[in-house]
Design a protein around this ligand. Structure first.
Ligand code: COA
Length: 260
């Protein structure tokens, strides 16, 4: 396993836990964190021992309090393009990952933090979590996919409200809006995420990858998600896991999936 200057990582029972480790700056995403996240996600794609990922922030206060505002000073238009493109590249890689990725949101998820959580497949929040896209306060708009993913998750009306008012909402409100999957007590956050991951990892891995691909096909321009579903359903039928899953059901035993 690789070492990262801004992340703590651990692999246990096939679950790769990535902890953003800049507690003194509320885990703000500077260039080094973005770069480390890109490399860590590459590791997820390439390491067969990794079955799923949980991303969280160090400390009791913050998941990620946004992009690092200190790196914004003096940025010109070309710099803006480069910063946003790099963020999009990394967050798209997270979203398109064939292995499940859960955001364990343990506090502030503002700006790039909310965008990072939204790029993950599932979001579980602790009771103290706070969400928002406060970029307009700084004279900018979200640059890591926030205008798109927030609209996809909670709908145009509420997305526009949050984006234009810069309001911060609490975990209960985020749950009501569908921004998070669940809210749990802070002490239960990681165990809850691990339990969800264990449930997912008990299923056929290829089928999980195809679920992710098929759902996100809905949001791809020029792609008919129903056609994608037909194609991916047929691909699943050719897998050993399909043979094993159906045999196990008929033989009344637990399936033992190989992921092939
Ligand atoms: N970028 C850079 N540094 C940040 C940061 C960010 N997005 N968010 C917090 N920090 C730093 C603070 O500058 C401070 O550093 P310092 O101790 O060296 O001065 C440290 O993290 C602690 O933050 P602080 O503001 O003192 O904590 P708080 O509890 O008073 O407030 C927040 C917490 C999250 C409300 C506040 O930090 C905040 O508004 N952050 C910016 C959120 C934002 O606009 N994100 C979108 C960016 S595009």
């Amino acid at each position: 396993m690789s070492q990262y200057s801004t992340l703590l990582t651990e692999l246990s029972n096939g679950v790769f836990i990535i902890t953003i480790n800049r507690e003194d700056k509320l885990n703000a995403l500077n260039k080094a964190v973005i770069s480390d996240l890109a490399a860590a996600i590459d590791e997820v794609y390439n390491n067969a021992e990794i079955r799923g990922v949980i991303i969280t922030g160090k400390g009791a206060k913050s998941f990620v309090a946004g992009a690092d505002i200190s790196e914004f000073k003096g940025m010109d238009e070309a710099g803006g393009v480069a910063l946003a493109k790099r963020g999009h590249e990394v967050f798209n890689k997270i979203e398109q990952c064939p292995k499940p990725i859960i955001a364990a949101v343990n506090g502030f998820a503002l700006g790039g933090g909310c965008e990072l959580a939204m790029a993950c497949h599932l979001r579980i929040a602790s009771e103290n979590a706070k969400f928002g896209q406060p970029e307009v306060k700084l004279g900018i708009i979200p640059g890591y996919g926030g205008t798109q993913r927030l609209t996809q998750l909670i709908g145009k009306g509420k997305a526009l409200e949050l984006l234009m008012t810069a309001d911060t909402i609490d975990a209960a409100c985020a749950l009501k809006l569908g921004l998070v999957n669940d809210v749990v007590q802070t002490v239960e956050l990681m165990d809850t995420c691990k339990a969800i991951m264990a449930k997912i990892n008990a299923q056929a891995p290829v089928a999980i990858a195809k679920v992710i691909e098929s759902v996100y096909a809905h949001f791809k321009d020029g792609i008919d998600g129903f056609d994608t579903e037909i194609e991916l359903f047929a691909k699943c039928v050719t897998t050993n896991d399909f043979a094993e899953g159906t045999s196990a059901f008929l033989e009344k035993r637990k399936a033992n999936f190989s992921g092939k």
